[in-house]
Design a protein around this ligand. Structure first.
Ligand SMILES: [Zn+2]
Length: 335
């Protein structure tokens, strides 16, 4: 991280809407998992796992790190650590993607994992006061049937803090249209819908996500290429889960100054800032706000608006959302 975040940014109450549990496992915790499982290694060996050159390399690194989550206790630990980290950033609420698609592909016993996730969440809530909700994420390139299995599990646990579903992975290999029936099923089950879209593919992929009735767009990096799409996103106030550092590190956006975040804000889109995979991208939510201020001339008043958006765009039930917004309005300092 290039610079220290300002006290104003740290003090802003924030929510995070695009955050992968597995991508939040920091190298220290991973080393701890190694030791748990009787594997010896040095911090520099662990660091190797966090290196990649492009988007595909990143997907491989994500998979390699996830493979070190072996027991239910591992899932509980990384969830608890995540809550601890969020607290330090003054993140009051987070909607956390779990790569359930990867768990099923690894033939893990998901019911046992889910109990551990819930234990981690409860302990995190109790010790750090951080609210977490789960979003079950399917992997596009694993196909429609695999996604449907993920969404059925989300429906099964809907009353236990599972708020929605999403798809991530390779947009080129598996366009949104394939998942139409699976998304319709999830909506029927009362789940909220989001989708990674326009990260590695063009605006047509974002249109595809909107056609799935996705309520938020993960990344939406390429929306700016289609003015009609930008107008649609602005009119409907579809929240954009923007992840600036992620887009740079994966090479999806080669140059920081080409990132459309500021353009989207000026065009009236509902922008939220997120870390995506904070440990893998060596970022934090405060750092993303700092980056917005330093590189895109967002004022503190703008940042306050973005932080408020993060609660507004959450999938929290209406009453809880209102509580958070009231708390925000009462406690967020006016610059
Ligand atoms: Zn993501």
């Amino acid at each position: 991280m290039s610079s220290r975040s300002s006290p104003f940014i740290i003090s802003l109450p924030k929510a995070e809407l695009h955050l992968h549990l597995e991508g939040a496992i920091d190298p220290e915790t991973l080393l701890e998992l190694w030791h748990r499982h009787g594997r010896h290694g040095s911090p520099s060996e662990v660091e190797q796992l966090y290196r990649y050159a492009d988007f595909n390399g990143f997907l491989m690194a994500f998979k390699a790190i996830t493979e070190h989550l072996q027991t239910s206790e591992d899932y509980e630990l990384v969830t608890y650590r995540l809550a601890e980290k969020l607290k330090a950033e003054n993140v009051l609420h987070a909607e956390v993607y779990v790569s359930v698609g990867v768990c099923l592909w690894r033939k893990q016993e998901f019911d046992v994992i889910f109990e551990a996730l819930e234990r981690g969440r409860e302990r995190g809530q109790r010790d750090f006061g951080v609210s977490l909700l789960w979003i079950f994420d399917a992997v596009r390139q694993f196909g429609v049937d695999a996604a449907r299995n993920v969404f059925e599990l989300a429906a099964r646990y809907r009353d236990r803090h599972v708020v929605g579903i999403g798809i991530g992975g390779d947009e080129q290999k598996a366009p949104a249209e394939l998942f139409r029936d699976a998304y319709a099923y999830a909506a029927d089950q009362g789940l909220r819908l989001t989708a990674h879209a326009g990260e590695t593919a063009g605006p047509e992929s974002i249109w595809g996500a909107l056609n799935l009735r996705a309520e938020r767009i993960g990344h939406g990096l390429t929306a700016y290429q289609d003015p009609e799409l930008v107008e649609e996103l602005a009119t409907r106030q579809i929240p954009m889960e923007i992840c600036i550092t992620s887009n740079l590190r994966t090479g999806c956006c080669p140059d920081l100054l080409d990132h459309p975040v500021r353009r989207y804000f000026d065009q009236g889109l509902m922008v939220t800032l997120n870390t995506d995979d904070p440990a893998m991208f060596r970022t934090s939510l405060s750092h993303e706000y700092q980056l917005a201020r330093e590189s895109f001339t967002f004022t503190d008043e703008h940042l306050r608006e973005l932080a408020r958006n993060s609660f507004e765009a959450s999938f929290l039930p209406a009453e809880k959302k209102l509580n958070f917004l009231n708390l925000f309005d009462a406690t967020a300092v006016r610059p």
